[in-house]
Design a protein around this ligand. Structure first.
Ligand SMILES: [Zn+2]
Length: 962
């Protein structure tokens, strides 16, 4: 047993124990959290896509998919998933460049059963030949889901470029390799059976070579005593094979001259990506040289690279600098990504010269830059919020691969020492000879196609590259505007905790109280006595029908929030470095503003934000308006071109919400340039003139401080009384089946999607309990049947859907490249009676276990202040003020019997005279011409149907503090 002391955040009360299993040398971190209602486990394996054999790209990923499909002790294919799901948990995994991570969570009390199955899968997986082809299909569907994403596309191009795939010699580094895998590369050719047999041998060989205890790190987190967790670790993971892994060290990248390529994105965007190869930096986590560089290069304060490109030149929308995403064991790829405006695209060579000018300013960074980085990192770590158990476990299992065990939590955050010499050494790598350039635009001519993603691109020869990217040799005038960032004045330095102001709140289950209730505003308040952090969350809502009463006003609200966000940029970047954040969002009922962070400085941030809103008329200008509307246009286009399943969900809301404006209308308004800065000024005056202010202050603040902040906001805006408060009406779907089908917007996207929605209506709490339990029971069988067995698509999802404040239904969602939407719909319908049968056959014990899992899920306490704030805020923003709903619902789940579920299924879900079904179908590129003509038009549809009533008013007075 080792006695490592793990460095912990100030408020972390969990117990940690680091050990090495005597039987096989597996490194383990045990975490006892006596408050954990959900337990978790995670395992990382130090092997990933880089370990794929040359002839089998995607093998590591396929192994990840195959490991958990049955083991010698638990032979049934979905045993592990089923056990975990029955007890309110879920399982997941991912494959990275040099690592594979598996994790699961489960309601505490069932952890041992999950560990037995988790451990057995990793010690003795069956790799059944019968599962193999289906899992290749799953990998293939996963890839088709990524295929239309520009992020995946540019990532593959960048890897191919840097890894030397476009060099003449035909030899390339493993970095250039296609790691996800698909049908074409995993199962090519006609001799399918031979290939499958060969592939299975490869899967087994990969597992035998890399899945050894010495290369794995295990984390177990639960409320159980450390001794018990240790016993389980030994019992269930002690049989993972021991022995050293023979792994080739990752070779350095091939030496190549500066290379560049131009490519055509799916979305209409212009992105300049500059990449430099730096030395290996992962082992230098104590000084984080890459962090220091990305902080200065990515800074958004006045004088910085982005500031000048955006505010002075209008050449860029966004800039990000990052050294984390491409860290490997042999080198680091540093990325500088700039989203360009059309004018920016015409000036790429000057921008690149400007980047080098800025880098030259960084040669001698003053000491305070290092000190400030160290201090902000220290604060971030000291008051680190608790995350979900499975996130904590999987993050720790990853960290154990890269950091000393005592730094397993602090390693990614803290800076322990300064190494300016190493920073300078990295800066020396920022040269033109060591740079790779990717530039995207819809208008580029191309001569090549990426074999996996279908991206069109062209590799530039030396002359063209020089002409395009390096023709600026003289200093441009604007270079003189560039300067390093200035010290951060938003850093908090008081961290005292306030005492409980009121007996009411001594009860740990206390709900928010109303401190102020007038005809222009209402303030809710709750101090934090649970997490004891010097932080506070302030949520504010400007309620007015003006924000969503037409497509035009919905668009104006969106532009307004974007403009405010833009104007806040002059201070919001440094504020965020200091742990203070502000966000704006326009919904169908209000504009919402959220301000979070250290309570010492939150007042300062509120003051600045409120001043910014007030000064909108003075700050608005044509270029800013142009920039913001362009950004929104891009966002709406991205949505239109995005995954069909998202379109299906949006399609359902278009049918269900009586007032829902579609994105196309907003996009048309933008594309026709129908709005001007003058329209915005008019909207702003109307908005500021009349709204109802509702706010919630939650955290480390006195009631008097909360009132002070609220009064300040009211004083500045002086709103007048709003007579009509917006509320959302929901359409009653007619009995029978209503079909809404439409083509996928992206002509190259072959994915289809179907969403089956079974409307139940306005439910009392007991009805909601039945619905909740039904959905829980359905979740795993639906996934197993529709995804694992039938392989309909990568994405199979079931959930309870709520529209308006209280209209409920059950939805099943599938996205599939291989099957027609009408077929998907039929398969869902075929699954329903089969599911009913499984409920009939379910033992009383299993039924109770499922009900318990739902109850525990509903009663689960929030893990951090943010989670608690948003739960309360939901009840405030939907105006139910029903803060104890989950608790009350949990009590009723206990009373639901199997008969209730069956009656419910028979009435609402299976075909019956009462069933109200809405089927939304998105037809992918190859099925675009097969849309049935019975489809409705959602705009017309809502007008002809009955609406559900709105809910009644709530007695606020009873929730006031006296
Ligand atoms: Zn996968």
């Amino acid at each position: 047993m080792t006695s490592t002391t793990v460095e912990l955040p100030q408020t972390d009360t969990r117990k940690y124990h680091h050990l090495i299993l005597p039987s096989n040398g597996l490194e383990v971190m045990l975490v006892q959290d006596i408050a954990a209602e959900t337990s978790a486990a995670a395992m990382t394996v130090a092997a990933g896509q880089f370990q794929d054999p040359i002839d089998f790209p995607g093998l590591a990923h396929l192994v990840e998919h195959m490991v958990f499909l049955g083991s010698r002790e638990f032979e049934v294919e979905n045993e592990y998933d089923q056990f975990v799901s029955t007890h309110g948990g879920h399982t997941n995994a991912y494959t990275d460049l040099e690592l594979t991570c598996f994790y699961c969570n489960i309601k505490s009390g069932n952890l041992e059963g999950a560990l037995a199955r988790f451990g057995a899968s990793l010690s003795s997986p069956l790799f059944a030949a019968s599962s193999l082809e289906r899992e290749i299909q799953a990998v293939d569907s996963e890839h088709s889901n990524n295929r239309q994403s520009d992020a995946w596309r540019s990532n593959q191009l960048s890897h191919s470029l840097i890894g030397g795939r476009f060099q003449d010699n035909g030899v390339h580094h493993v970095f250039a390799h296609f790691g996800t895998g698909n049908m074409d590369v995993l199962l090519p050719g006609d001799d399918k059976n031979d290939r499958l047999a060969l592939l299975r041998e490869q899967v087994v060989a990969f597992y035998e070579r890399y899945y050894k205890a010495s290369a794995m790190k295990l984390v177990i987190l639960g409320p159980n005593p450390l001794e018990e967790l240790e016993e389980w670790a030994n019992k269930y993971f002690g049989r993972i094979p021991a022995g050293e892994v023979l792994k080739e060290p990752l070779s350095p990248l091939p030496k190549q001259p500066c290379m560049a390529l131009q490519w055509v994105p799916v979305r209409d965007s212009r992105t300049l990506t500059l990449q430099w190869i730096l030395p290996e930096l992962r082992s230098h986590y104590r000084s984080k040289p890459g962090h220091v560089l990305s902080h200065v290069l990515g800074h958004e304060g006045p004088g910085t690279l982005l500031y000048v490109l955006k505010e002075e030149l209008h050449w860029a929308h966004e800039l990000s600098a990052d050294n984390i995403s491409s860290m490997t064991s042999a080198f680091t790829v540093f990325n500088l990504i700039i989203e360009l405006t059309p004018a920016g695209l015409d000036n790429v060579s000057e921008i690149i010269a400007g980047v080098y000018k800025y880098i030259s300013l960084m040669q001698d960074l003053p000491d305070w830059v290092y000190d400030e980085q160290e201090l902000t990192a220290e604060l971030q770590f000291r008051f680190l919020s608790k995350t979900e158990p499975e996130d904590t476990a999987s993050q720790l299992a990853v960290n154990l691969q890269y950091y000393a065990p005592e730094h397993a939590i602090s390693g990614p955050h803290k800076i322990y020492q300064h190494e300016p010499a190493l920073v300078r050494q990295c800066l020396d790598c920022f040269t033109r000879d060591n740079m790779f350039i990717l530039l995207s635009s819809k208008n580029f001519e191309t001569d090549r196609v990426d074999p996996w993603y279908g991206t069109q691109f062209k590799v530039l020869n030396k002359e063209d590259a020089t002409e395009t990217f390096f023709s600026t040799e003289v200093e441009a005038e604007w270079f003189s505007l560039l300067s390093l960032p200035t010290p951060n004045d938003m850093l908090a330095n008081h961290f005292d905790l306030v005492a409980s102001p009121d007996q009411w709140f001594e009860n740990p289950e206390a709900t928010p109280r109303c401190l102020l209730n007038s005809d222009i505003c209402r303030l809710w308040y709750k101090p934090d006595l649970t997490f004891r952090m010097p932080k506070v969350n302030v949520m504010v809502m400007f309620r007015t029908p003006l924000v969503y009463n037409s497509p035009q006003s919905a668009l104006l609200s969106a532009i307004w929030t974007e403009l405010i966000q833009e104007f806040c940029n002059s201070f919001s970047y440094v504020a965020s470095m200091a742990g203070l954040h502000s966000y704006f969002q326009a919904s169908t009922k209000a504009i919402e503003m959220t301000i979070t962070g250290y309570n010492h400085k939150v007042g300062v941030l509120i003051e600045r934000v409120v001043d910014t809103i007030k000064c909108l008329p003075e700050k608005i200008s044509d270029p800013v308006f142009e920039r913001v509307t362009h950004k929104l246009e891009q966002r709406y286009l991205a949505f239109m071109m995005g995954s069909p399943y998202r379109r299906a969900m949006n399609g359902a809301d278009l049918c269900l919400d009586a007032e829902k404006w579609n994105v196309e209308d907003r996009l048309n308004l933008l594309q026709n340039k129908s709005l001007s800065p003058n329209d915005m000024l008019h909207f702003h005056r109307q908005l500021m003139g009349s709204f109802y202010l509702e706010a919630f202050v939650h955290g480390n603040a006195e009631p008097s401080t909360a009132l002070e902040w609220m009064n300040r906001i009211v004083d500045v805006f002086q709103p007048s009384v709003v007579l009509h408060h917006p509320s959302s009406r929901v359409v009653k779907i007619p009995k029978g089946e209503t079909l809404y089908g439409f083509p996928c917007h992206n002509p190259d996207d072959n994915n289809n999607s179907v969403l089956s929605y079974y409307q139940v209506g306005v439910l009392d709490l007991r009805g909601a309990a039945i619905l909740k339990l039904t959905q829980h029971l359905m979740q795993e069988p639906a996934f197993f049947q529709l995804r694992t067995s039938e392989q309909l698509g990568y994405l199979v999802h079931t959930s309870v859907k709520t529209n308006g404040e209280h209209v409920k239904g059950l939805m099943v969602l599938i996205q599939s490249e291989s099957f027609h939407p009408d077929h998907l719909n039929e398969r869902i319908e075929a699954f329903l009676p089969q599911f009913r049968k499984s409920v009939v056959e379910m033992t009383a014990v299993d039924f109770q276990k499922n009900a318990l899992a739902v109850r525990q899920g509903l009663l689960e306490q929030p893990k951090n202040l943010g989670e608690e704030s948003s739960r309360h805020w939901d009840a405030i923003s939907n105006k139910t003020y029903y803060f104890t709903r989950s608790k009350d619902l949990a009590a009723l789940v206990e009373e639901v019997g199997k008969q209730d579920i069956l009656q419910f299924l028979d009435k609402y879900i299976l075909p019956s005279p009462y069933r109200r079904k809405l089927s939304v179908r998105v037809y992918g590129a190859s099925n675009r011409d097969m849309i049935p003509n019975v489809t409705i038009d959602p705009k017309q549809f809502g007008r002809c149907q009955a609406l559900y009533p709105t809910h009644h008013d709530v007695d606020i007075l009873s929730m006031m503090t006296n």
